[in-house]
Write a protein that binds this ligand. Structure first.
Ligand code: SAM
Length: 304
């Protein structure tokens, strides 16, 4: 029988920050620091590691995988911004958006900014990265994180994304948007509890989150030159994921879903199998959902 890993048995992931270093240099540093490197993983099962062993991830080239409970918070590589401690699932949105250096990008709900720093690394700090968040305190944390990570292409704003004007000339060249809005957090292993008090309240909370998420999506698709958008949540509820996407696609026929990573073992619930889901049991990550939307070359063509 397959044993389901508990939250404290999740591998620990570290994303190499290519704005400051390279994967090779980090691997060498860790080897000198007493860790044993096993090369690139070839199956998910490889990611279950013994203490002080590590691997390169099989899906994401800049991601290193360690045994559960490995803690880098006091490590030089973390303090110097050479590695970012980020769950594998949460590395997927920026990876799929993949904005080229020089592009103009919006991170709509950005704090505390791990995905923003990943976007900046993909963009090689070239171009413009507009990052919004409603919460001033979280945005302050984000400034510190981005400074440590050597990010320089960002423009932070303590602003409600829903009030950002898509027709403002500042955003006329925005072709890429990452939308990672507030969600129930039901995929976060540490937040899971089965004592779920009031079901009625929970239903109302999910409905209100889903309505906010759909408004954010519709708003984002209104940026005039938008080509690609990634939508993600750390929720496992279909109300916040597939149902939001289905409603959005119905209201925005110029956009379609792009099939993501064929070899990924967990798909969006049918019929949205182009999207990805993630979970402890199937992907050795927190619970997560990711969708990539792309504008049709011919507006209105919904045949494929
Ligand atoms: N993308 C972030 C990261 O990877 O570090 C995590 C984002 S978190 C899931 C959602 C964020 O959305 C919160 O920081 C919250 O303050 C922000 N938020 C909520 N409503 C917003 C709005 N209307 N406009 C902008 N940000 C908003």
């Amino acid at each position: 029988s397959v044993k389901q890993p508990a939250g404290d048995q999740l591998p620990r992931y570290a994303r190499v920050n290519t704005l400051k270093t390279t994967v090779e240099d980090v691997v060498d540093y860790l080897k000198r620091d007493g860790f044993s490197y096993l090369g690139k993983a070839t199956t998910l099962a490889d990611l279950s590691l013994k203490e002080r062993y590590f691997l390169s991830d099989l899906h994401l080239p800049e991601l290193l995988v360690f045994s559960p409970k490995t803690d880098f918070h006091d490590h030089f590589l973390y303090k110097a911004g050479h590695i970012i401690l980020q769950d594998k699932a949460s590395c997927l949105p920026a990876h799929f958006l993949n904005p080229p250096p020089g592009s103009h990008v919006i991170d709509a709900c950005a704090a505390p900014g791990n995905k923003t720093s990943q976007l900046a690394a993909i963009m090689k700090n070239k171009g413009r990265l507009f990052a919004f968040d409603l919460d001033g305190k979280r945005l302050a944390t984000m400034s510190t994180l981005l400074l440590r990570a050597g990010v320089t292409c960002q423009q932070l704003a303590n602003q409600d994304f829903l009030k950002v004007d898509p027709d403002n000339p500042q955003y006329k060249d925005v072709e890429y948007i990452l939308l990672d809005p507030s969600c129930s957090g039901s995929g976060m292993v540490c937040l899971q509890d089965n004592t779920s008090a009031d079901q009625e309240k929970e239903r109302a909370r999910l409905a209100s989150l889903a309505s906010f998420q759909l408004r954010c999506l519709n708003h984002a698709l209104g940026f005039p030159r938008l080509k690609r958008l990634v939508y993600s949540t750390c929720s496992i509820h279909k109300q916040e994921n597939e149902e939001v996407l289905a409603a959005c696609l119905q209201q925005n026929p110029c956009f379609r879903l792009v099939p993501l990573l064929a070899e990924w073992p967990e798909r969006g619930l049918k019929p949205l199998s182009q999207c990805l889901r993630a979970s402890i049991a199937k992907t050795l990550t927190h619970g997560f959902f990711v969708a990539l939307l792309e504008k049709h070359s011919k507006a209105g063509n919904t045949n494929d």
